[in-house]
Design a protein around this ligand. Structure first.
Ligand code: NDP
Length: 451
């Protein structure tokens, strides 16, 4: 990076941090993008004159609201609700809703910012947004979750719609929660439209949407592996998380011939040296999605596996790592362990799971490393396909959706290679994804004037 561009980045980040104090996750997500796209911006000075980057980091709208609800004992609780509508230059706002105790404005803004570039990469017409609450569904009854979702949607429904903003699931928001949210939306607005995605199969949901993020991450990893003449066949895979993304990443990696040896939740991880077979994964799905239990129960069912309390799985030797739980779950120490143990490919299923220091370690070691905004884009891409099916009032088969998903992941990979290949031939997927995602949004903003 030349001196002028370095100064531009430093000045930009200093101003961003001063204007958004304490929002560390948001700063981290913006820095990663700005470092990648700054050479392009300074080489095209009209983008500086038009303050395109400055506009991109300021959400078009932030909605914050009170979510009051009552638990089964009659006690009243108050949670915070958010919707960050970041950028609508290429389509209606689109992005998930997260219910987790850690949710705050910084996390919402980082996710909405990332979403803008991810949605651009999918080639579908979707702007960027994110929403959520510091409510945790963990340990709550179905009735409590329903009352919370109804209260949350009672406010959110004013701000969303099929051509305005189309939310989906994320951490803590799966099929059950989307159902309760959609039911309340429909009741209050008296319309049956595709305003949420990830809907049930009987009421407008797309086939393959539950599988899409995990499968898509594996399709992207397949493309990366192919650049080195490799595949999933016979590889050992370490996965974190045990939710939607982790389950389907494990399923697809196994189907492609890999041995998946770990899964985790926020309490610890399980290591099954024999591999988490299709049958064992069936147990995990029941445990997490129906019984809503903890991953440690896996070792009671399969005693040859081990459980490691309060630890993450990155010390387990593997060929491929797929972080599928949450942000900043791989730090520099974890990255060193992975590299030292022979891991040569990291495909992110989660959003921003790798810290900047850890990314540098992967890239310096020339690992195949893909940021979530590229490799987990299959989820929102299939949400985009759900929107298309809802607008056309028809339903594609699972094979049709899977084929489209496969094509989209392959196109995203090609875009990363196009914009991210460095002089020595190494593909910097972070740079590639950021520049490819940025150009389309930036050009759209330029063409639409100062809004
Ligand atoms: P789920 O709620 O289904 O699963 C999340 C998993 O991650 C759970 O096992 C959970 O454990 C674990 N987890 C959550 N927070 C933490 C934490 N702070 N520390 C350690 N473990 C944690 O969510 P998803 O699978 O849908 O999402 C996982 C990741 O993928 C997120 O980063 C999300 O933003 C991203 N993503 C999801 C998409 C989707 O389509 N669902 C699309 C694109 C990205 P526990 O049960 O203990 O909380």
């Amino acid at each position: 990076m030349d001196k002028f561009t370095r100064n531009y980045v430093d000045g930009f980040m200093a101003e961003l941090i001063a204007k958004n104090p304490g929002e560390t996750e948001f700063h981290q997500a913006v820095r990663e993008v700005v470092e990648s796209v700054a050479p392009y911006v300074t080489a095209n000075p009209y983008l500086m004159d038009l303050k395109i980057l400055e506009r991109m980091v300021e959400p078009e709208r932030v909605i914050m609201f009170r979510v009051p609800w009552m638990d089964d004992r009659g006690e009243i609780h108050i949670n915070k609700g958010y919707r960050v509508q970041m950028n609508s230059s290429i389509g209606p706002y689109k992005g998930g809703i997260r219910f987790h105790s850690s949710v705050n404005l910084s996390i919402m803004k980082f996710l909405a910012f990332e979403q803008t570039f991810k949605n651009s990469l999918t080639t579908l017409p979707m702007g960027g947004a994110k929403g959520g609450s510091d409510f945790s569904p963990r340990g709550k009854s179905d009735a409590e979750v329903m009352r919370f979702c109804q209260s949350f949607m009672t406010e959110l429904q004013r701000h969303i719609g099929p051509d305005t903003d189309v939310p989906a699931g994320d951490i803590g928001v799966g099929g059950r929660e989307v159902g309760f949210l959609f039911g309340q939306y429909k009741r209050l607005r008296d319309e049956f439209t595709g305003t949420l995605t990830g809907k049930g199969q009987n009421w407008g949901g797309s086939l393959m949407r539950p599988e899409a993020t995990g499968y898509g991450a594996c399709y992207f990893a397949q493309e990366m592996l192919a650049t080195r003449g490799k595949s999933f066949e016979g590889q050992t895979v370490v996965i974190s998380g045990a939710g939607n993304v982790a389950q389907y990443a494990a399923e697809k990696a196994t189907a492609l011939g890999a041995k998946v040896v770990t899964l985790s939740d926020s309490d610890g991880f399980i290591y099954d040296p024999d591999g988490i077979s299709v049958e064992k994964l069936g147990y995990v799905k029941k445990l997490k999605n129906v019984i809503r239990g903890r991953i440690k129960e896996y070792v009671k069912e399969y005693p040859s596996a081990q459980y490691f309390e309060h630890q993450r799985p990155w010390g387990i030797s593997c060929d491929i790592a797929m972080p599928c739980a949450t942000q900043n779950e791989i730090d520099a120490d974890d990255a060193r362990k992975l590299v030292d143990n022979g891991c040569y490919c990291v495909a992110e299923g989660a959003n921003m799971p790798t810290t900047p220091e850890a990314i540098a370690i992967f890239q310096n070691a020339k690992l195949l490393y893909s940021p979530g905004k590229a490799s987990n884009a299959g989820g929102v891409a299939t949400s985009g396909l759900e929107m298309s099916q809802n607008s056309m009032r028809l339903k594609w088969t699972a094979e049709e959706v899977d084929e489209k998903l496969h094509g989209i992941m392959s196109d995203i990979h090609s875009a990363c290679v196009k914009y991210g290949t460095e002089e020595d031939g190494y593909v910097n997927y972070v740079k590639g994804a950021n520049i490819a995602g940025f150009i389309k949004v930036a050009n759209s903003m330029v063409e639409q004037g100062l809004v």
